[in-house]
Design a protein. Structure first.
Length: 126
């Protein structure tokens, strides 16, 4: 048996797909929503998986690093296509370090879901 909780944040970013001769090859923007799903085998002494406010604040802080930027220019995406899939992995790697540092034993970041508005999404779960 496991408990799961999730938090969300939103950001808007621009990108282009190098080598694409269509519309995706030009700079264009998307609205994104990122969702982090955490899991724990048991609750902490207060009855929670983890404090929502702490996790929400950290997810929003990471999302602000991408908000209103051209993703291709940012360090994590300079040498690769800044796809929603790579954005999901970026969030997972950044947030999982924070969760591990703050959480009680057994709490882990299960997966990250990035929704590219209006209706496409990807999940990253190592």
């Amino acid at each position: 048996m496991a408990y799961r909780c999730a938090v969300r944040a939103s950001y808007d970013s621009a990108l282009f797909i190098p080598g694409d001769r269509g519309a995706s090859g030009r700079v264009h923007g998307h609205g994104y929503t990122v969702e982090a799903v955490l899991e724990a085998p048991e609750l902490d002494d207060s009855g929670f998986v983890l404090d929502f406010e702490e996790v929400q604040a950290e997810l929003e802080r990471i999302a602000r690093e991408l908000d209103h930027h051209l993703l291709n220019d940012l360090e994590p995406f300079r040498d690769s296509v800044p796809s929603a899939e790579r954005q999901a992995r970026f969030f997972y790697e950044r947030l999982s370090k924070e969760i591990t540092a703050r959480a009680n034993t057994g709490v882990r970041l299960l997966k990250i879901k990035v929704t590219q508005e209006p209706g496409a999404w990807v999940e990253y779960e190592p």
